[in-house]
Design a protein around this ligand. Structure first.
Ligand SMILES: [Cu+2]
Length: 117
């Protein structure tokens, strides 16, 4: 049963679509929001999901329009690391304090962030 579920999950990708996951320096809800919002508008990106627990950025993309290297580069330009690539220092500086690595101040008001939708 569990095996079946796993298989159907990976087969759901369509032609020219591929899913990648990068390890990233995401720390909080705000990071998730920033990355998902920004990457969604990247060329060739179908969908983005940031897993805060696993510190992974999962991207479903069109293999004809973009590639993992481009996506990683974009991630660093927003201020986050992507696998072996480090964040752009300037972009990182501009992140909210809560999003900087090592600063683990939890967000208490997730709901407030949703006003920007
Ligand atoms: Cu953050």
């Amino acid at each position: 049963m569990i095996a079946l579920l796993t298989v159907s999950f990976s087969v759901s990708a369509q032609k020219n679509e591929k899913k990648v996951a990068f390890k990233s320096s995401v720390v909080c809800f705000m990071c998730k929001r920033t990355i998902e919002y920004d990457l969604t508008f990247e060329k060739g990106v179908k969908s983005v999901n940031v897993d805060l627990e696993k510190k992974l950025v999962e991207v479903l993309y069109n293999t004809k329009k973009t590639n993992p290297e481009e996506l990683k580069k974009r991630l660093t330009q927003i201020g986050y690391s992507a696998d072996e690539l480090v964040a752009d220092p300037k972009a990182y500086e501009n992140l909210p304090g809560c999003c900087k690595i090592g600063d683990e101040v939890p967000h208490k008001n997730f709901e407030e962030l949703d006003d920007h939708k």
